[in-house]
Design a protein around this ligand. Structure first.
Ligand code: HMG
Ligand code: MG
Length: 298
């Protein structure tokens, strides 16, 4: 099989998968999940979010998780950070990659990180500078790249404009996100066609939630555009506490099996992934699903 049939799966379960759970999930369980995912062969695991514990209590142990998660050759542990404070703490705890996050929707940005899109970009400047000093790459998320729970359909141009600003800041990868899992293949195609006018396909990743059951169809469209990086979460856990209606991420096992069926290499050991997904679902099953977004912002 040729090299260009390789796809990277970025596992976001320990962060996006767990952030929406109301029950306190123990640090040991988070570390156990990360270890099982590493055993399964993921090369990139988004392991924690260095956000305000008042806004997302589930991630309050971010520092311990990141510091104690086992380092392995070929594995990059990344941290979601909203600002310089989070970036400094994540780097201090040993994060090997950072991810900043903003959105193509003004309303969602305000609800999620309590600032405008423009202000979020300003906040990221010191994050990028700090990361550069430490030689750490920074991914930039564009949430609500197609649909917003507050504003409805998003113009593809808005997603491109935000992606362009993140690249101009120095982000080395852009993850376009269907935050509430309502995007259609048509919407994904239109958004990617627009973004690819200015951003190289090699640095674009797709982050699909699966509320409408269309995530795999959306993956197929993205593959058609040459996208080679996809996010997923063990067991299909996940959701954003500030995006009403956002349900789980595309499940890692579902994605990996689909890619295998299409002839793509992803390097994941399916038996090990099954173990990790079983564990993820056990961790979650004792927990009533979080649903109420906490309104803390302006
Ligand atoms: P704010 O209240 O405007 O912040 O929140 P502030 O600067 O006024 O600070 C308020 C307090 O928070 C202060 O503490 C700060 O020190 C503290 P106090 O003086 O009151 O004790 N603080 C922090 N603490 C820890 N870590 C930090 C940090 N920054 C400030 N980094 C803020 C602004 C961005 C902090 C807040 O809105 C926040 O944390 N939001 C995070 C929301 C979130 O995590 N959402 C889910 C992740 S995004 C997502 O899921 C989408 C994604 O998956 C892609 C997709 O699917 O679309 C990525
Ligand atoms: Mg997400």
């Amino acid at each position: 099989m040729s090299e260009d049939r390789k796809v990277t799966i970025v596992e976001v379960g320990p962060r996006d998968g767990l952030q929406n759970e109301t029950r306190v999930i123990s640090t040991e369980d988070k570390l156990g999940l990360i270890a099982l995912l590493a055993d399964a062969g993921f090369s990139r695991i988004e392991s924690a979010a260095f956000v305000s514990p008042r806004w997302v209590p589930q991630m309050a142990d971010h520092h311990v998780v990141m510091r104690r998660a086992e380092r392995r050759p070929g594995l990059v542990l990344s941290a979601l950070v909203p600002n310089e404070k989070g970036a400094a703490a994540a780097i201090e705890a040993g994060a090997q990659e950072l991810a900043v996050f903003t959105s193509a929707s003004e309303t969602f940005t305000l609800k999620n990180i309590n600032c405008t899109i423009k202000e979020s970009i300003e906040r990221f400047k010191p994050v990028l500078a700090l990361a550069a000093r430490h030689g750490i790459p920074v991914r930039g998320y564009v949430s609500c790249a197609m649909d917003c729970p507050f504003e409805g359909p998003i113009n593809p141009w808005s997603a491109r404009s935000v992606a362009d600003r993140l690249v101009a800041l120095g982000c080395t990868e852009i993850a376009v996100a269907d935050t509430i899992g309502c995007a259609t293949p048509d919407g994904v195609g239109k958004m990617l066609a627009e973004i690819l006018k200015s951003i190289p396909v090699s640095i674009l990743a797709c982050h699909f939630h699966d509320t409408s059951g269309l995530a795999l169809a959306n993956v197929d469209v993205a593959l058609g555009y040459g996208i080679g990086i996809f996010d997923s979460a063990a067991g299909g856990l996940g959701g954003c506490p500030y995006a009403p209606g956002a349900s789980g991420n595309l499940a890692s096992g579902v994605l990996a099996r689909h890619l295998t069926m299409l002839g793509y290499q992803h390097g994941i050991d399916m038996a090990r992934l099954d173990e990790a997904e079983t564990f993820a679902l056990q961790v979650k099953s004792v927990s009533p699903k979080a649903s109420k977004p906490r309104a803390l912002g302006r």
